[in-house]
Design a protein around this ligand. Structure first.
Ligand code: OGA
Ligand code: MN
Length: 282
């Protein structure tokens, strides 16, 4: 069956209809999916029944799967081992979270923007969902770049932005007066050129972007606030309402995403993989 790409929102997001990711994907279909990915930024594949191996194979359509180290929990062989999988969940077993990101809202962010080589893409597979809430919102950062007023863009062109990993943060940290040596961080171009599409994209997020290089604290905060508002404009945001079996893949260089709150007492479970990236260029 030929695959169909159906747009979910004028700015970004499309369903890929007619693929079963638990079956081998031929090279032609892979190429069609990759093109749809570059064109639509976020892809949604519905009704999938995927074990870990299926998800790994699906991820390989988009590049090289990134591995991470995690300590063994439960009855594992002991010590650290490499795994590409991460569970995004609020589930706690024997007093220990079985995955990451727990409960509640998450502000807009790029995944791993604080790495020297930020990940290309993230694949999230819905395994348990709450009855309400927990939607994930995606924003088109090519469009955000295009929407920056000319004077502001000219003033910020060629500057870098400090990206930090601090998921607990719910207010902006003043990095000029705070010791950030224990928080993972990295300087990145504020405006990147997307390595695959060659298009310019705004590379900031409310959760992770702390400071613009070469500006005073006040100037940087004012400019960032303006950029956050532009990047979160509802006209360039697609909100994904999850259904069990959804596999969602997002381009992590030209989009940011946020999560809505959900009831704490209900379990939510997503299986996550990421695709290796490369250094961001101006
Ligand atoms: C992630 C993430 C959002 C969600 O896995 O990187 O931001 O809806 N997840 O759980
Ligand atoms: Mn994320």
């Amino acid at each position: 069956m030929a695959i169909i790409i159906r747009k979910m929102h004028p700015s970004l997001g499309a369903e890929v209809i007619g693929v079963d990711l638990s079956k081998p994907i031929d090279p032609e279909t892979s190429a069609t999916i990759r093109q749809a990915f570059d064109d639509n930024i976020v892809l949604i594949v519905r009704d999938q029944t995927l074990d870990e191996l299926h998800q790994l194979k699906a991820a390989e359509i988009f590049g090289k799967v990134a591995y991470r180290r995690r300590p063994v929990v439960g009855d594992g062989p002991g010590g650290d081992y490499d795994t590409p999988f991460m569970m995004v969940t609020n589930i706690i077993e024997n007093g220990k979270p079985i995955g990451a990101f727990g409960d509640g809202e998450m502000w807009f962010h790029h995944d791993t923007s604080y790495y020297p080589e930020p990940h290309r893409a993230t694949l999230l597979y819905a395994m348990k969902l709450t009855k309400t809430g927990g939607e994930t919102r995606f924003s088109n950062m090519y469009a955000a770049y295009d929407n920056i007023p000319r004077a502001l863009r000219d003033r910020l062109e060629g500057r870098r932005v400090l990206q930090m990993h601090d998921y607990k943060r719910r207010e902006r940290l003043n990095v000029d007066t705070t010791d950030i040596s224990k928080i993972r961080h990295n300087w990145q171009p504020l405006f990147i050129t997307h390595p695959a599409t060659g298009k310019k994209s705004l590379y900031v997020s409310r959760l992770m972007s702390a400071k613009i290089e070469g500006l005073s604290h006040e100037e940087s905060e004012a400019a960032l606030e303006q950029l956050f508002d532009i990047s979160e404009d509802p006209s360039i945001v697609y909100e994904h309402k999850w259904v069990l079996g959804d596999m969602v893949i997002w381009d992590n260089w030209c989009s940011i995403h946020a999560r809505n709150d959900f009831p704490r007492e209900e379990p939510r479970l997503m299986r996550r993989l990421t695709i290796e990236g490369q250094a961001m260029q101006f």
